[in-house]
Design a protein around this ligand. Structure first.
Ligand code: PAF
Length: 280
């Protein structure tokens, strides 16, 4: 695996005559890799000739400085995992390599920036789109793979691709869960064994809604799911909602031909967890 720390090295490599005709897949990450990330690499493999994974803990998408500070950075084990997964290129730049001081610009994300995660983490999606746009411009991938786990993020990136008219295929890879149903996340490393059990309330509430989606009214489903979460000791619910998948506007009735997703965010042992499930 080639490891590049500067944009220049990466660009020189990708634009060399040998690489130019090849199909490139980009898998952006913030490191602390787990099976969920590796599944993105596996998903991308048959779709591209060159797999570029980036590891960059992007400061502009954190609204809590402590969260940024606490973000795990196990780079040695990340490199081993990527090598074992036969990733071709790892790009791991410094903050100074990616940002100029005081950089300020943003993409118009409309409502997507103001609802759910956007409302609870102001500025978060602007930070995400800034770094992803920079990576897209640099790597110029044919495809870019993101996990469904961060559902709103995927919709935001989809919107940015349309807004900026980028010729990139967005590939959404399924959520990877542990044997009990907990969605894999780098943040799970901060949960105790008991915390991991408590956190199963999230997938339980989603599974409940999915399995009753066809036969219970939306309001009842939402209330029942909220009850599952709020009656679980150790879970502090932030929101549970059922939305239409592309706009993420809250569903009030089911329209034929549209797809719906349930989104949940809750805190367990001081860790903010998110999860979601497509319902139809
Ligand atoms: O999902 C993530 O890990 C990050 O938000 C991303 C897409 C790598 C941008 O920093």
């Amino acid at each position: 695996m080639n490891i590049f720390k500067t944009k220049k090295e990466l660009q020189e490599y990708l634009s060399s005559s040998q690489q130019r005709e090849k199909k490139v897949a980009l898998i952006p990450t913030m490191g602390a890799l787990h099976e969920g990330h590796i599944s993105l690499i596996e998903y991308a493999k048959p779709l591209a000739d060159i797999l570029v994974c980036s590891i960059f803990v992007n400061p502009t998408q954190f609204n809590d400085p402590q969260d940024l500070e606490k973000y795990p950075r196990p780079i040695e084990s990340d490199i081993k995992l990527l090598e074992a997964a036969s990733c071709d290129i790892l790009f791991m730049p410094s903050v100074a390599e990616m940002y100029t001081p005081q950089e300020q610009w943003h993409v118009d994300l409309g409502e997507l920036d103001r609802i759910w995660e956007g409302a609870h983490r102001p500025g978060h999606f602007q930070g995400v789109t800034q770094i992803v746009y920079k990576l897209f411009t640099l790597v110029q991938p044919d495809i870019a793979c993101f996990g469904q786990k961060d559902f709103q993020q995927v919709m935001v990136i989809n919107r940015m691709i349309q807004e900026k008219k980028l010729d990139i295929e967005l590939v959404i890879c399924p959520i990877v869960r542990d044997e009990y149903g907990l969605a894999l996340s780098s943040r799970n490393a901060r949960l105790s064994s008991q915390g991991k059990l408590t956190a199963l309330a999230l997938s339980r509430s989603l599974e409940y809604v999915r399995s009753h989606f066809e036969n219970k009214p939306l309001e009842t489903l939402k209330e029942d799911a909220q009850n599952i979460l709020e009656s679980t000791e150790g879970v502090e619910l932030e929101y549970f909602t059922i939305c239409e998948t592309t706009s993420l506007s809250e569903a009030t009735e089911i329209e034929v031909g549209k797809k719906y997703v349930a989104l949940v965010t809750a805190w367990v042992e001081g860790v903010r967890l998110i999860d979601n499930m497509i319902l139809n």
